[in-house]
Design a protein around this ligand. Structure first.
Ligand code: FES
Ligand code: FES
Length: 167
């Protein structure tokens, strides 16, 4: 197999199936950005150290720069573009980031938001310290951390109360 060999893969992203041909070494991050035009997922380091590339696979947060596209075949991928409802209503975490001014340049924000959704789902948003610890994999050069913690806290409370209302 030469490095130019391409393999067909199917990726299920935000509920849509995409067929593409990529070299086996292509990461999920590059598949999203360069092959599918989904540029919301960002590349801050490409080495697993910044979290800007965070997406969900089967509901778990993963670093797309350390995941081969081929490894994600047959699994449900969610990128930032798929988080809002079909009618455009923002996810509670997206709305909370806006309300709490939890971003400045916005480059780390898609990864922060997907990490935060998973952090809340994992039950790791019980206190500010816990939020800080479990969001520590997402770097923010703009120093929005206090606002990010506030946004995650607000969204966690909203999600918990909407689940109580629903049950
Ligand atoms: S681009 Fe993946 S962790 Fe930095
Ligand atoms: S908002 Fe700029 S890096 Fe986080």
């Amino acid at each position: 197999m030469t490095s130019k060999t391409r393999i067909p893969i199917q990726l299920q992203i935000n509920g849509h199936l995409h067929e593409l041909e990529v070299e086996p070494r292509v990461t999920l991050l590059d598949a999203l950005r360069d092959h599918l035009g989904l540029t919301g997922t960002k590349k801050g380091c490409d080495q697993g150290q910044c979290g800007a590339c965070t997406v969900h696979i089967d509901g778990q947060r993963v670093l797309a720069c350390l995941t081969l596209a081929a490894q994600a075949e047959g699994r449900a991928i969610t990128s930032i573009e798929g988080l809002a409802d079909g009618d455009g209503t923002l996810h509670a975490v997206q709305a909370a980031f806006l309300e709490q001014d939890a971003f400045q340049c916005g480059y780390c924000t898609p990864g922060q938001i997907l990490s935060a959704v998973a952090c809340i789902r994992e039950g790791h948003a019980g206190s500010d310290d816990e939020i800080r610890e479990y969001m520590a994999g997402n770097l923010c050069r703009c120093g929005a951390y206090p606002h990010i913690v506030a946004a995650v806290r607000q969204a966690a409370l909203e999600i918990a109360s909407s689940m109580e209302t629903a049950s």
